[in-house]
Design a protein around this ligand. Structure first.
Ligand code: SF4
Length: 376
């Protein structure tokens, strides 16, 4: 059998850290290699998290660094290469140069690679998927652990007869077999979209679906065709945000301090209100994906980092469109941002009618945006 490499990228965020702990606890036989891409501009809490994880996992996390021979930090090196042009959501050279390219170099060659991605069961994003055919992504926290390209092939109308045969062979013991076959036999169409068909199959039998996909992959060149046994096939757990915090706390690795909410005071119509703010993501301290309230959090909780972020704003380049960090840090402007944040959070709370849902909505708004390579 060809040697298959199993890798997990630790972004410094809570979800990839929790996934490392989860795989270690639930599937200790998987020979997972851990890596992290250091931009040189992470928060201290991120480096702390990586150290704690190494202790828990009992193995080193490989540090990948772009432009290793440069005397500058990776970010500063490439900022010079780009002539001082700050990255933005529209021109995200930082993700490519500092995260994706080092990853692709790390797994250079054609050996098959399984890459585990910590996207949760309560998220709607797909994450970074390498275009290289020897790299296959698996999403252990989701009901559907497979990547979109695999699902498209398995549920394509041209495969109906083959998939039906696999269900009859590998899911014969299911009490739902007849209904599963009916669903498999109905072609994807405007009446039954691929997502709907997938949900119907998974809702009846997750493990059965996984067995069928694994058998299907054996007929392809996907990396998983090279392994005899894949324990994630028997995984039917779906993990959401609260589970992630529980895993981090129970393991002793801990939740990075910047996720912990802190209080702020703001005056609204003559009354002093107490709101809560925190950082919603890992990544560089000056990341342009930050919301305004997160910049305020940075200014008030890590003023030295805020000052460093300000230094990058020159020659007309700013981290956010239409406003410099100098302008944003003015007392009146910070109050206005807090007021807007407080009122928006209250509106969401009233709509959600539950604290746990506000946690999901409030933070998901921020988490869903941006770069999976940096923030998972
Ligand atoms: S965290 Fe933000 S600034 Fe840093 S590499 Fe990722 S997208 Fe770029």
């Amino acid at each position: 059998m060809t040697q298959v490499k199993h890798v997990l990228g630790i972004s410094g965020g809570k979800d990839s850290a929790a996934l490392a702990i989860y795989l270690k606890d639930k599937h200790p036989d998987l020979p997972v290699e851990y890596y992290t891409c250091d931009t040189g501009k992470e928060l201290n809490e991120t480096y702390e998290l990586i150290k704690n994880l190494e202790v828990y996992l009992g193995q080193s996390i490989v540090k990948l660094e772009a432009a290793k021979d440069s005397p500058e930090d990776p970010f500063d090196h490439f900022l010079q290469v780009y002539g001082g042009y700050l990255p933005s959501a529209m021109a995200r050279w930082c993700t490519k140069k500092l995260k994706l390219d080092p990853f692709e170099q790390y797994i250079a060659g054609d050996d098959p690679v399984i890459s585990y991605v910590g996207i949760r069961g309560d998220e709607q994003r797909e994450g970074y998927i390498s275009k290289r055919p020897n790299i296959q992504s698996i999403f252990p926290f989701r009901k559907n652990i497979w990547s979109e390209d695999v699902i498209r092939k398995v549920l394509s109308n041209g495969q109906i007869a083959f998939i039906k045969g696999l269900y009859e062979e590998y899911v014969a013991d299911s009490p739902h077999l007849q209904r599963l076959i009916e669903i498999v036999e109905e072609p994807v169409s405007p009446r039954l979209t691929q997502d709907q068909k997938l949900d119907l199959l998974l809702d009846l039998d997750i493990k059965g679906f996984n067995r069928v996909v694994f058998a299907f992959l054996k007929t392809t060149d996907y990396p998983l065709s090279k392994v005899d046994h894949f324990p994630l096939v028997d995984n039917d757990e779906v993990l959401v945000r609260d589970d992630i915090f529980r895993i981090l706390r129970d393991s002793g690795v801990g939740v990075p301090a910047y996720y912990e909410k802190r209080e702020y005071q703001v005056e609204i119509e003559g009354e002093i209100k107490t709101g809560h703010y925190s950082r919603s993501r890992s990544g560089c301290f000056f990341c342009f994906f930050q919301q305004k309230i997160e910049w305020v959090w940075l200014y008030e909780n890590h003023p030295e980092l805020y000052e460093k972020a300000k230094v990058y704003e020159k020659d007309g380049y700013t981290w956010q469109q239409g406003e410099t960090l100098e302008e944003l840090s003015q007392p009146g402007r910070r109050q206005a941002i807090k007021r807007e944040h407080y009122l928006r959070t209250e509106r969401q709370r009233n709509n959600a009618q539950s604290d746990s849902l506000i946690d999901i909505l409030g933070v998901e708004d921020a988490e869903g945006v941006g770069c999976a390579a940096c923030f998972i």
